[in-house]
Ligand binder design. Structure first.
Ligand SMILES: Nc1ncnc2c1ncn2[C@@H]1O[C@H](COP(=O)(O)OP(=O)(O)O)[C@@H](O)[C@H]1O
Ligand SMILES: CC(=O)N[C@@H](CCC(=O)OP(=O)(O)O)C(=O)O
Length: 285
């Protein structure tokens, strides 16, 4: 099956003449820690983002950085654990999470984009009250600390950056009603932003080629009902469950389509957006 919006070409070079058609399309991209790779991969990713911007698409990046947080916690000998896919976030852990996400990870991405001629601006969900959160309990209702559940997104700051030709790069931190800082799962944060922005596409970059069927083949097109069935019968499991749940929530919130794809594939985003065959699993309601 073919992609149906900007999918007019069989190859990337064939697609170039068509690019200007997609003037203004908002593409929210979740760039996870496992998808980031080495400096060369980061440079290639940054070049693709700048190209998208030059083609008048409007990329909004929301990044993760779980592995980088783990490394820093390890260096500081602070123990860490996950419950239901969320990091139990004590005040000590929160300090490190903010330092790593808003500091080194965010600035590495901003720097990589700017080195390719883009105008990236780094911010977190705390800036301009972008992501207001309340506290997310653990899977059994237990306390898992300062983990945020986005309850209100104020996308005005992102829109003003897009209007001024900047590329926003968002670290997944949130702010509580009383000014407290929350640690938000990167997928969750990106999904909430994609919904609030009514994104044309929400690309979830991960470390598998897409949602796979029982035989291990990537399913290129999925509906929300199909996703629910695959989850019920156990085909979708583990880390893919929160990812597809995030995808469905983003669709229900107003995103046009979500794609789960392998961020380590060179030019993954461009292949998905600008070729007929796409590059992962496209999910619609
Ligand atoms: N049906 C499925 N299709 C693809 N991956 C699946 C499926 N079910 C479970 N998974 C697992 O989900 C993982 C992706 O989730 P996760 O590791 O949390 O990604 P990330 O670190 O990018 O957030 C895959 O590496 C794979 O092991
Ligand atoms: C609450 C929670 O778990 N937050 C995540 C935030 C980073 C993240 O989501 O990073 P990846 O996308 O690279 O996994 C964490 O502390 O690891």
């Amino acid at each position: 099956m073919k992609r149906d919006w900007i999918a007019t070409a069989r190859t990337l070079s064939e697609a170039l003449p068509y690019l200007q058609r997609y003037d203004g399309a908002i593409v929210v991209i979740k760039f996870g820690g496992n998808a980031m790779g080495d400096d060369e991969a980061m440079e290639s990713f940054a070049r693709d983002i700048v190209l998208m911007k030059q083609c008048r698409l409007q990329p909004v990046l929301v990044h993760g950085g779980g592995p980088m947080i783990n490394t820093m916690l390890d260096r500081l000998a602070i123990p860490t654990e996950f419950k239901g896919g969320r990091r139990v976030t004590t005040p000590d852990v929160m300090e490190v999470v903010e330092m790593v996400l808003s500091g080194s990870v965010n600035k590495r991405i901003v720097q990589a984009i700017n080195a390719q001629g883009g105008k990236a601006v780094g911010l977190s969900g705390k800036d301009a009250n972008l992501m207001i959160c309340d506290r997310l309990p653990g899977p059994g209702g237990e306390d898992i600390g300062l983990v945020g559940n986005p309850k209100k997104i104020n996308p005005a700051v992102l829109k003003s950056f897009l209007d001024s030709d900047f590329i926003p790069v968002v670290a997944p931190l949130g702010v509580g009603e009383h000014g407290e800082t929350y640690n938000v799962n990167g997928d969750t944060a990106a999904g909430a932003i994609a919904a609030a922005m009514h994104a044309d596409r929400f690309l979830l970059l991960t470390d598998v080629a897409g949602v796979k069927d029982k035989d291990g083949d990537v399913i290129t097109h999925l509906t929300a009902d199909h996703v629910r069935k695959l989850t019920e019968d156990g085909t979708i499991s583990g880390g893919m469950i929160p990812k597809t749940e995030t995808a469905l929530a983003a669709l229900e919130g107003g995103t046009r389509a979500v794609v789960i794809l392998d961020g380590r594939t060179p030019h993954a985003c461009l292949l998905e957006l600008f070729t007929e065959h796409g590059a992962g699993s496209l999910i619609r309601l």
